[in-house]
Design a protein around this ligand. Structure first.
Ligand SMILES: NC(=O)c1ccc[n+]([C@@H]2O[C@H](COP(=O)([O-])OP(=O)(O)OC[C@H]3O[C@@H](n4cnc5c(N)ncnc54)[C@H](OP(=O)(O)O)[C@@H]3O)[C@@H](O)[C@H]2O)c1
Length: 280
């Protein structure tokens, strides 16, 4: 992490699963915990967060927790549920320094929806992280609003880079990105679940079937983590002509699995667009 990034004062407003994962990734990359403040609504997860050496403010004890944290930060990560983002933006709008960058991790909430609640010219970034961020293997899509400078987007990208791959994209691509990498970890788990059931159907003991499916999907995932890896080439390399794997792949193709996956991803993107309209 560069010195410029390490010197940033960070605020995490609503530090649940996703903001907590981002925070841990940033700490893991060596950020000074004393420069980080996290807020929560209740004190449920406060002890765990305090163990990280960061400052923790609880909304139920201090109604100004979010505004105090926002007022002292260079970058503010909004980690509440999508339905709470507009209200949180309105709550912190006046307290935010003019150059503080607001980064939302909420699905489906547009830059325009956030900008509406914030002061004119406040830099805003919409992000779509995924849960493997928790194990340092995440994917994050970032889209910057008009007031965000090149330096600011680079700093935010560097913060996320500690826990995964970062892609800066136009906001119009956010729903498609979310349908692949945001929802995608569930697709990987779904594949492992289906492989487990296939093993059981062929007479394997449930625990053995699950162990085989879990370790195999995890192992394939590890091989794919190489940025040079090409999934189609890798699949061909383990599919010998007239062999056993070829029979499985031919059956998947004949039954239309690729088209089914495309339809599923499109349904996820369509749902994101619908949520944006409802919450905008
Ligand atoms: N989980 C994912 O896979 C995923 C992936 C991509 C994006 N996201 C996005 O991440 C966001 C959070 O999801 P999550 O799964 O991390 O939810 P979560 O675990 O429930 O975290 C939300 C946190 O926000 C706190 N909170 C709520 N209102 C607050 C307020 N006004 N001030 C301060 N803290 C407040 C909650 O505190 P209490 O517990 O005390 O109520 C909780 O700790 C969502 O917008 C979601 O779209 C999640």
């Amino acid at each position: 992490m560069s010195e410029a990034t390490n010197n940033l004062r960070l605020a995490f407003l609503g530090t649940g699963s996703m903001n907590g994962a981002i925070l841990r990734g940033i700490l893991g990359a060596g950020h000074d915990p004393k420069k980080i403040t996290a807020t929560l609504r209740s004190d449920n997860r406060a002890a765990q967060l305090r163990e990280l050496g960061i400052n923790v403010l609880i909304g139920s004890e201090d109604p100004e927790a979010n505004t105090k944290a926002a007022a002292e930060a260079d970058i503010v990560f909004l980690g509440v549920k999508p339905v709470g983002i507009s209200a949180l933006c309105a709550e912190i709008a006046e307290a935010l320094p003019a150059q503080t960058v607001v980064v939302s991790v909420a699905a489906a909430i547009t830059l325009a929806t956030m900008q509406e609640q914030l002061r004119d010219g406040q830099p805003v970034i919409r992000s779509m992280p995924n849960t493997p961020l928790m194990v340092g293997s995440g994917v994050v899509g970032l889209s910057a609003g008009q007031a965000v400078s090149e330096t600011q987007i680079k700093l935010v990208a560097e913060l996320f880079a500690g826990s995964g791959e970062v892609h800066v994209i136009d906001e119009s691509q956010q729903n498609a990105l979310g349908a692949i990498s945001g929802s995608g970890p569930a697709y990987g788990f779904y594949l492992a679940e289906a492989m487990t059931n296939a093993g059981i159907a062929m007479g394997l003991d449930e625990k053995l079937a699950m162990d085989l499916a879990r370790a195999t999907v995890a192992g394939a995932g590890k091989m794919l983590a190489d940025p040079q890896a090409n999934p189609a080439d890798m699949r061909r390399a383990v599919t010998s002509p007239k062999g056993t794997t070829e029979q499985a792949i031919m059956t998947f193709d004949a039954q239309g699995i690729p088209a089914i996956i495309e339809a599923g991803a499109k349904a996820a993107a369509a749902r994101a667009a619908q949520l944006s309209a409802e919450l905008g």
